[in-house]
Write a protein that binds this ligand. Structure first.
Ligand code: G3P
Length: 219
């Protein structure tokens, strides 16, 4: 499973990239607004740090506006994925942009039917929001599983991004289902590293080593 960071914060992206395990980045208008910097400038900066897909979202609500914005965003860097909302206008824009060879990530997906339509329109990625589904009293993981099965039934090539991830368990559940990608906030990625037994074990190794260091250290 590929790991994407769901952030527009450059420090977080640089840190994640330094670990060598970040395959891409997703942003959305909320995440970029939080950074209080130019949108296009920030997307270009992220594309310099991470060579995998970097999702940048359109703001327009009609097909024509989305296509215009999408073409402009795609010019920022070759690894930009244009994020398009899951609406009838968005699906029409996805069809056109995908037909032009532009990478499209259909976002705000909350049902398997929506994911099916995104794939039909030629989206490279589809982003089901599992955390927001859970927040709403629904079952995001069940939706993810359904999409995985439906895509499998028809050999659909659209890659599934498990999005709106809230905690490390979501990451494990997405991986068990076989989602292509999990995009997560930096703090969730950090938590994926942690286990108290690892810290305890390391502490014990170092204590034991230091006790007899003079006898065994010939390195
Ligand atoms: O970027 C899309 C998605 O991951 C947003 O997540 O945490 O705002 O529900 P969240």
């Amino acid at each position: 499973m590929k790991i994407f960071l769901d952030t527009a914060n450059l420090d977080e992206i640089r840190k994640g990239a330094s670990w060598g395990i970040v395959d891409g980045v997703t942003t959305n208008p909320t995440l970029v607004a939080r950074e209080k910097t130019g949108f296009r400038k920030r997307i270009a900066e992220i594309c310099e740090v991470v060579k995998g897909p970097v999702s940048a979202e359109v703001i327009a609500l009609n097909t024509e506006g989305m296509i215009r914005e999408g073409r402009e965003l795609a010019k920022i860097a070759s690894n930009v994925a244009v994020k398009i909302p899951m609406t009838p206008d968005g699906i029409a824009a996805t069809k056109i942009l995908s037909g032009e060879g532009i990478t499209v990530n259909v976002t705000l997906v909350f049902s398997s039917n929506q994911a099916l339509l995104a794939a039909k329109a030629g989206a490279t990625f589809v982003s089901p929001f599992i955390g927001r589904m859970d927040d709403n009293g629904d079952d995001g993981i069940r939706m993810l599983s359904e999409i995985q099965q439906i895509y499998g039934n028809y050999g659909i090539k659209t890659e599934i991004i498990a999005a709106s991830i809230r905690h490390p368990k979501h990451v494990i559940q997405a991986a068990l289902i076989g989602a292509d990608i999990a995009t997560m906030p930096f703090k969730v990625l950090e938590k994926c590293f942690l286990h108290p037994m690892t810290d305890k074990g390391l502490d014990r190794f170092l204590k034991d080593w230091n006790n007899v260091k003079d006898l065994v250290d010939d390195r």
